[in-house]
Design a binder for this molecule. Structure first.
Ligand code: AMP
Length: 185
């Protein structure tokens, strides 16, 4: 199974992503995790990325597309994968489409986790990550609305989009996700 997991910052995507990859035994590709690891290791890409991450802005498409292009070549991706935090712009989505068309490995589904915006801000404020300061949170929500939300229509147009309510307990939300995923797996 190859899927994109999409949703605003603070929706609980990371928690659910971990449970999904465990259940379906697929690779978990989180671009946020990859960038934080690169930043902590102080690689050139990581240091460059941090200039954007610390402001709540998106890292430029060319950087992130190359990271994903390389990661998708790893053998573990052959058994399927969940993309968490990528694509986040139309440019990234189109680049991904081109890569997957070239390798003849189309996406099975794009899952959206929906959470009302008021709830997101509260959840993020409680989390305490470096980019969870109020002004950075606001910027990340703006980036989601302006740059990432248009992807929902894009994938709807390809008949790949399925949306799930991200409100409730972790287990309740996971059950909803599994129901949808089992219908395509
Ligand atoms: P996340 O953990 O997915 O919320 O990502 C944390 C930060 O990493 C984001 O606020 C962006 O600055 C950066 N980032 C992660 N994934 C991407 C992406 N696909 N495109 C651009 N920036 C990204």
């Amino acid at each position: 199974m190859r899927l994109i997991f999409i949703g605003p910052p603070g929706a609980g995507k990371g928690t659910q992503a971990a449970k999904i990859v465990d259940r379906y035994r697929i690779a978990h590709l989180s671009t946020g995790d990859m960038l934080r690891a690169a930043r902590d290791a102080k690689t050139p890409i990581g240091l460059k990325a941090d200039e954007y991450m610390s402001k709540g802005e998106l890292v430029p498409d060319d950087v992130i597309i190359e990271i994903i292009r390389e990661r998708l070549r790893d053998p573990d991706c052959g058994g399927g994968y969940l993309l968490d935090g990528f694509p986040r712009t139309l440019g990234q989505a189109e680049a991904l489409d081109a890569m997957l068309a070239a390798s003849g490995t189309p996406l099975d589904i794009v899952l959206e986790l929906r959470v009302p915006e008021e709830e997101l801000f509260q959840r993020l404020s409680r989390r305490g990550r470096a980019d969870d300061k109020p002004e950075v949170i606001r910027q990340r929500l703006v980036a989601y609305r302006n740059q990432t939300e248009p992807l929902l229509q894009y994938y709807q147009g390809k008949n790949l989009l399925r949306s799930v309510e991200g409100v409730g307990t972790v287990e309740e939300i996971f059950e909803r996700l599994v129901k949808v995923l089992d219908s395509v797996a």
